[in-house]
Write a protein that binds this ligand. Structure first.
Ligand SMILES: [Zn+2]
Length: 323
């Protein structure tokens, strides 16, 4: 479903509320409130347009009409169109939003995000999703995570991908006992549960206990060289413990061969052992993982792992000890 584009907004993050206050339902009647939480279906597709933007009429609306057509009668995907604005404020009016719903006979909810009323200020939705203009498409997955957020859309590929997902799991909800990407994002945003115990040592004590590489990785959030750890190719049974405080963190049964060059796991041994933190260093938005007991840097977690968690804990071998 991913295609290549020069510019994308936020992806792999929890979908922010759309922030749009003026809505009309599929038949053009005003809605008191509407938003992501009121959109039914497993996947949600939002099309952002500007009335004054020719490309929206040339390619955006036809693409949206094809998407809506492909899922007519299905409750698996729901759709909304939002008239955003960053230029030509006069023509991107509420009336034009209503007129566009009629013009394209789209039986979906339409919203009007008027923005702050000045050129270049952009609409609330555009700011929250860091979109780059119009025509713009956003797709939110069943977990409430943004998986697509960019100019244009490859209708054929997206329909094929959504149909595949629909036939694979038409109604199944994620198992709440398994930590998934949504859960990771929520912990990174809202805070981690208290650890089963806590170990705090002085910097001098950590320096004394660890070798130089362990200290650099675990206490200074370093990253070991790819493919440098013998642990990458270790798949026998056992438990992987924190290299600083010896807390058991991962069972070998959750280890898999990611071929990334770092030991990889799909889940931690239990909740509360690994802590999750938003990491915006090096120009990227990632989620750092630490030992929740002693704060040792372990590595990062990514949403491209195998089922059922879909997570890839990308760990430094220097942060772990196998037993
Ligand atoms: Zn630890």
């Amino acid at each position: 479903m991913i295609n290549i584009s020069m510019q994308t907004g936020i992806t792999d993050e929890l979908a922010p509320e759309l922030g749009v206050t003026q809505w009309i339902d599929a038949s053009g009647q005003p809605l008191a409130t509407f938003g992501l939480d009121k959109m039914p279906g497993a996947f949600k597709v939002i099309f952002c347009f500007q009335d004054a933007n020719a490309e929206c009429h040339l390619t955006g609306f036809p693409a949206m009409a094809s998407l809506v057509d492909a899922f007519r009668g299905s409750s698996y995907v729901s759709f909304a169109a939002v008239q955003t604005v960053f230029e030509n404020f006069a023509s991107n009016s509420y009336e034009r939003m209503v007129a566009n719903q009629r013009r394209y006979a789209l039986p979906i909810v339409f919203g009007h995000d008027a923005g702050e009323g000045r050129e270049g200020a952009g609409s609330v939705l555009m700011q929250r999703y860091q979109s780059g203009g119009t025509p713009w498409f956003i797709i939110v997955d069943p977990e409430g995570v943004v998986i697509y957020n960019q100019f244009q859309i490859d209708v054929h590929r997206v329909v094929a991908g959504l149909k595949r997902a629909e036939s694979a799991s038409p109604l199944t909800k994620p198992d709440p006992s398994i930590l998934t990407w949504r859960g990771v994002l929520e912990l990174a945003r809202d805070g981690n549960p208290p650890p089963p115990r806590r170990l705090e040592l002085s910097d001098a004590e950590w320096r004394r206990r660890l070798n130089a590489e362990q200290y650099r990785v675990m206490r200074q959030a370093g990253t070991e060289r790819a493919h440098s750890s013998a642990m990458c190719t270790l798949f026998g049974p056992g438990v992987y413990a924190c290299g600083c405080c010896d807390t058991d963190l991962f069972d070998a049964s959750s280890k898999f061969d990611s071929k990334s060059g770092w030991p990889s796991f799909t889940q931690a041994l239990a909740p509360g052992l690994v802590a999750y933190h938003a990491d915006r260093s090096h120009g990227m938005t990632r989620v750092e993982t630490t030992c929740n007991v002693c704060g040792a840097h372990l590595g990062h977690v990514f949403p491209d792992g195998p089922k059922p968690s879909g997570l890839r804990f990308c760990m430094n071998g220097a942060s772990l000890r196998k037993r």
